[in-house]
Design a protein around this ligand. Sequence first.
Ligand code: PGA
Length: 249
Amino acid sequence: MSRTPLIAGNWKMNGRRAMAADWVAAVANAIPIGVEALVCPPFPYMDVIRGGTGGSRLGLGGQNLAEEADGAYTGGVSGEMLVDLGCTHVIVGHSERRLSGEDDQQVARKCSRARDAGLMPILCVGETLAQREAGETFNVVSRQIRSVLDGESEALLDGLILAYEPVWAIGTGHTASPEQAQEVHAALRELVAGYDAGLAESLRVLYGGSVKADNAASLLAQPDIDGGLIGGASLDADSFLAICQAAAS
Ligand code: PGA
């Protein structure tokens, strides 16, 4: 089955207004045919990006959302607000948020809030180096996915995107080998097939962790790698576009 590849840029807490304006001017109308692309900038720069995407194929996503709908939650950003800003997607459960205390139950609540608000969650899962060395990789990622899907699988699966991001590969320059990533991606698809075999076939599983213009093609050539979640390399317009190009070809 052919799944349109998705390249999502995650700027994390980086960038400035002027950089966002330059970036979107360079990227918005240069997305190659055959790939979907979106960028998840910091909340304060969403409007700058949105202003530059008019009529282009570049989508917009959030890096996080509140567990609650609008209300008295100082500092929160709701799914409805993200939709209002033009977002279609939101990253949920990134390891940097899990490391700062977000647990599986919160991740599950955020995924269902995202769906209720009309956003597609990009659910991130991944093991630490210690967990990989202990042979725990599959147990860890299965637990992370099951805690979201158990009980809510039907509502959530349609439109869900997964991102396998081994914690040891994020921002380290040590990417998983294409074979290591493919092994986990195939297992994730099989796990989802236990909930819904049809949706597992169309499910997109992105890889994230030190993806760069020069290693993207070999990762994306794997049969179960359907795109990338790109951190550091997404900040530079040329390298983001080069990764999009690798996904399109
Ligand atoms: P990286 O980050 O590409 O800088 O490793 C990926 C991510 O955290 O989504």
